[in-house]
Design a binder for this molecule. Structure first.
Ligand code: FE2
Length: 178
């Protein structure tokens, strides 16, 4: 795991999130996905989307006072589409493949980088539920669902791509919102 050194821009290191990022299964899936989405004209699911989702989740967590742990929020966002390459290749819904792969990653983080059993359960519930919002969704699950959708800059999309996108017009982010 990378050293946790103070950052000159004043940013706080997140050792458990870093361990997720560096995990061989995570990196393998991210590389597979990058190759599979190389020519995709619609929104991709690479690191920019994952970090955008994390930051929106964190901002909303602060704004609404949910009190969620920062590393739990960021690691959940990083992991939420980890099943996407599997969906492309096998057709298995990526929220289910993602729950399984994220569980594998979270269960094999290095010494000192573990999330608690309760944290892991909440993270896996959020990943499993991130495509359809359940009525009784947990806070982390709801936050992920909302941030995942809010992260997409439909207002900046090329008109022909926007027109062909599978999202309904009502779901698209056609103006800049918070
Ligand atoms: Fe996503």
């Amino acid at each position: 795991m990378a050293e946790s050194v103070p950052h000159k821009q004043g940013l706080a290191p997140m050792p458990r999130v870093q361990a997720v990022w560096e995990h061989s299964v995570f990196q393998r899936e991210l590389a597979r996905l990058g190759a599979l989405e190389q020519d995709r004209v619609f929104c991709r699911h690479g690191v920019q989307h994952l970090i955008d989702t994390a930051r929106i989740m964190w901002a909303r967590n602060l704004e609404f006072g949910f009190g969620l742990d920062r590393e739990v929020v960021y690691a959940t966002a990083l992991l939420h589409d980890v099943g996407k390459a599997t969906q492309y290749e096998s057709g298995e819904p990526h929220e289910l493949a993602g729950e399984r792969l994220a569980g594998e990653i979270l269960a094999s983080l290095p010494e000192g980088a573990h999330f608690s059993d309760d944290e892991r359960a909440a993270m896996l519930t959020a990943i499993r539920g991130h495509r359809r919002l359940r009525d009784d969704a947990e806070p982390l699950e709801r936050l992920l669902y909302q941030a995942d959708k809010a992260s997409r800059a439909c207002f900046a999309c090329q008109p022909e791509v926007r027109a062909a996108c599978s999202w309904s017009e009502s779901k698209k982010n056609l103006i800049i919102c918070v």
